[in-house]
Design a protein around this ligand. Structure first.
Ligand code: GRF
Length: 199
């Protein structure tokens, strides 16, 4: 399967996928990496793996829909089977979503529907939960609210701060992402009434 991965930061989830794809039995290849900004470590990881990258910054476009169509077209050129948002900090619009129905997944460092948004480890700590985790879901247009594909629970330690907690979550998150992307790539998937079946 042809994967396009979208990033906005350090790219450790991307790196986990790049490493997994080195095994021909994994059944997938990262054909491109897309980003909404330059100067992030994730782009360096793609370059080091010889994977093409494309960057589309919202501020370079007159409005959000034109950004959405530009990144849609750049992505479509790679003919992806599965699109993976791994630390991507933008929401795709209707034009992008329409081009890749049921083929966009996102990983989030919380047990959805708890703690959506960009500060989920901090929010979990502030709430005082004893268990948090990560969620892999099919992107349906909202913020971290699509049909759930997989989840992993991660304990909160008494001496955690947001960074130590997020790092612990990311260990589980990378394993979850690699497992399910491989299964989806090899066996396919279907989504019916918010239920995702991964063969
Ligand atoms: C991941 O935990 C992702 O779920 C969240 O931001 C983090 C990105 O980490 N949105 P990385 O860029 O893959 O290292």
């Amino acid at each position: 399967a042809r994967l396009v991965v979208f990033v906005s930061g350090s790219g450790t989830n991307l790196q986990a996928l790049l490493d997994a794809c080195r095994d021909p039995a994994y059944g997938a290849r990262v054909v491109a990496v897309g980003a909404d900004r330059d100067g992030i470590a994730a782009l360096g990881r793609a370059a080091a793996a010889g994977v093409p990258t494309f960057v589309h910054r919202v501020k370079d476009y007159p409005d959000r829909p034109s950004w959405d169509r530009a990144i849609r077209d750049a992505t479509a050129a790679y003919e992806p089977d599965l699109l993976i948002c791994a630390g991507f900090m933008k929401l795709f619009g209707v034009d992008f979503m329409a081009a890749f129905p049921e083929r966009i997944i996102n990983t989030h460092p919380a047990l959805s529907p708890a703690f959506p948004g960009m500060h989920s480890a901090r929010d979990a700590l502030e709430y005082g939960v004893k268990v948090t985790g990560c969620t892999l879901f099919a992107v349906a247009g909202g913020i971290d609210d699509g049909p759930v594909i997989a989840q992993r629970a991660v304990p909160v330690e008494d001496d955690d701060d947001a960074d130590t907690l997020h790092e612990r979550i990311k260990v589980a998150e990378r394993a979850m992402l690699v497992e399910y992307v491989g299964r989806m790539a090899r066996g396919g998937w279907s989504i019916t009434d918010r239920k995702v079946t991964v063969r």
